[in-house]
Structures are given as C-alpha cells and as structure tokens.
Design a protein. Sequence first.
Length: 218
Amino acid sequence: MGQPQLSARGRFITVEGGEGAGKSTQAALLVAALARTHIAAVQTREPGGSPGAETIRELLLQGAGERWDAIGETLLFYAARRDHVADRIGPALAGGTWVVCDRFADSTMAYQGYGRGLPLADLRALHRFALGDVAPDLTLILDLPVEEGFARAARRPGAADRFERLDRAFHERIRAGFLAIAAAEPGRCIVVDATPDAAAVHRAIIAAVGARFGIGFP
C-alpha cells in the first residue's frame, strides 16, 4: 500500500487543544456553518474516525494512565491515523467534501512529544513514514488554561479517560506544546481563545475560517 494522498478539491481543517477546550462542540458547529454556505463537510475525530481506528481508540483511551509507554502509545496513534486517512479523510477530500477533524497529528506532537518527552524530530519522521506529506489546510488551536479545562472536563458525563487522569504538569506541557506548534507554523495554525462561551468561540472560528478560505458565512 502506498502513501495516502489528499486531494486539493476538499479542505482539511483540524481542531486541536487540551482537555475540556470544546473541540468536539466547535467541530460540529463549524460543519453546520459550512453546510449553511452550501459546502459539503463531515466531522470526524481522532483517535478513531474509521472502523479500524475506532478499535485502536479503545486500546488508547481505556485502562491505567501508564498502560502504554510513550513509544508504544505513539505507534498505536499512527496505526489509527493511517487507517483514518486511508479509509475516511482521503476519500472524502478526493470527492470534494471538506473534513473537520477533532484532533490530528498536532495532538501527537503535543501529548507524546511535549507532554511525554519523545523527540519531535522522531515524531515528524514517523509522520512522513506513515502518511507522507498529509497535513491540514488549517488548524484551529483552542487555547484554555489547564485549570479551566479540568473543570469543564469534570462536568462532562462519563468517566475520565487515561489522558484526562494525568497530572497538571503534563497538561501544562501540552498547552505549551500546542502554542509552540502554532508559533512555528503561523501559516497553518490559528490560536483561538477558548475561555468565552461556545457561541463566542464559534464566532471567532467562523471569522478565521471565512478569512482563510474566502467564505462569507451568514
């Protein structure tokens, strides 16, 4: 199997950030806003998004916090990501559909690189090996203080996953990592303040997306 290839016909937008930042909510709102402008778009997520990747998601998110070491964890993420791109993201984009994804490769850089301390150069090499030059057209990084993120995550239904249960210092490194990624790639990444309510964050997002792609949102 060769490398998955992405078409320029669809646009690939990722929504990134720490725990409790509202990524899933904002991804859904953005897909709905695109639909109102008659742009076909789908929402997906990582880890997961395709049948094979959803199976791996269970392995990654359940169990003890140290169930996997950093390298094993990263390899699982990339096995899931490759399947996700080949099975869902690539075909959607090739058909002209926009894809809005809740997390993608920047989460691996932030969590396993900045958070767990794996060399960033090794993670970039793994990405090239698994996916070639596949990258989002636009990444929205929802920035939120860690304490506020913890508070929001605690209000969600269901048990915390193994990443949510890791300590504050880990999550502070993740937040710093996302901001470093944004600073290094300003042409691709836009940092959005996620502290206001969901409606205000959504307005900031559609302003950013509209400006980037020349869309007049109603």
